[in-house]
Write a protein that binds this ligand. Structure first.
Ligand code: BTN
Length: 254
């Protein structure tokens, strides 16, 4: 895998897209110590000061569009596994995936993933942009009124090695994408994802565009769509964002 590391970029995803065009067919990871115009999902900006793990994996693939739709889910799982290994023990149990692929620790946002695609002649390149709040102090965390954020440093009380984290997470996402190419997205993936899903069995909102639907989070269907039990029966969503309606009550999470 090719690796490019920069002191500062506007966005690692933007640079990964141009570097992927210059290196056709080769997977690569682009990281930056800080980003000046980090991109988040649904057009949001992503606060990216020095100290975070900000990187993008460019993954050339022949997966058809529909199969590539599972990439954000398996990428979320890969990042969860690496962070769980790093935090260990009791904290790992409180790491949850907010569908489709936000990583929450004690219900606070620890990491976000933005999956995009570029189409070249005969092949697509997945751009998996990953932001992990690593060594950030509380005052440096982005503010999203919907969900407070946290960092590994705040949770562990020590700094982590950002380079190692990027290396491990890049490899883990690449391994999951290879597995997706070999075997597709199956029942096993769904059951692992389900195990780590935030608010399973609880009341949530699913927001998509201007609309929002409330119900109980029932799980995932075989395609990885999130299923909500609403007053009008089960509804499956393949896009949107899930938001829990309960605050975490644990004292240690305050
Ligand atoms: C989200 O939760 O909205 C997704 C955030 C993704 C942020 C990462 S940081 C590295 C990569 N470069 C970007 O510009 N965005 C992604």
């Amino acid at each position: 895998m090719l690796r490019f590391d920069f002191a500062q970029l506007d966005s690692t995803s933007r640079r990964a897209s141009s570097l992927a065009k210059l290196n056709p067919g080769r997977p690569l990871v682009v990281s930056a110590r800080a980003q000046t115009a980090g991109r988040g999902r649904t057009g949001r900006t992503w606060c990216s000061p020095a100290g975070g793990a900000w990187f993008t994996l460019a993954w050339p693939t022949e997966l058809p569009a529909e199969a590539a739709g599972a990439a954000p889910l398996v990428a979320g799982l890969a990042v969860r596994d690496v962070v769980a290994e790093l935090v260990g023990g009791g904290l790992a149990e409180r790491l949850k995936l907010k569908w489709p692929n936000d990583l929450l620790l004690c219900e606070r946002k620890l990491a976000g993933i933005l999956c995009e695609q570029t189409l070249g002649p005969g092949r697509r390149t997945l751009l998996v942009g990953i932001g992990i709040n690593a060594n950030l102090a509380p005052a440096e965390l982005g503010t999203d009124l919907r969900r407070p954020a946290t960092s590994l440093q705040a949770a562990l009380g020590r700094r982590v090695d950002v380079r190692e984290l990027i290396e491990a997470a890049g490899e883990a996402v690449a391994a999951r994408l290879s597995a997706l190419e070999r075997g597709g997205f199956g029942e096993r993936d769904v059951s692992v994802l389900r195990r780590h899903l935030a608010w399973l069995g609880e009341r949530v909102l699913v927001r998509f565009g201007e609309r929002q639907v409330e119900g109980v989070l029932g799980g995932l269907d075989p395609r990885g769509r999130v299923v909500l039990e609403t007053d009008n029966g089960p509804v499956a969503f393949d896009a949107g964002e899930v938001e829990g309606l309960r605050a975490c009550g644990r004292r240690e999470c305050a």
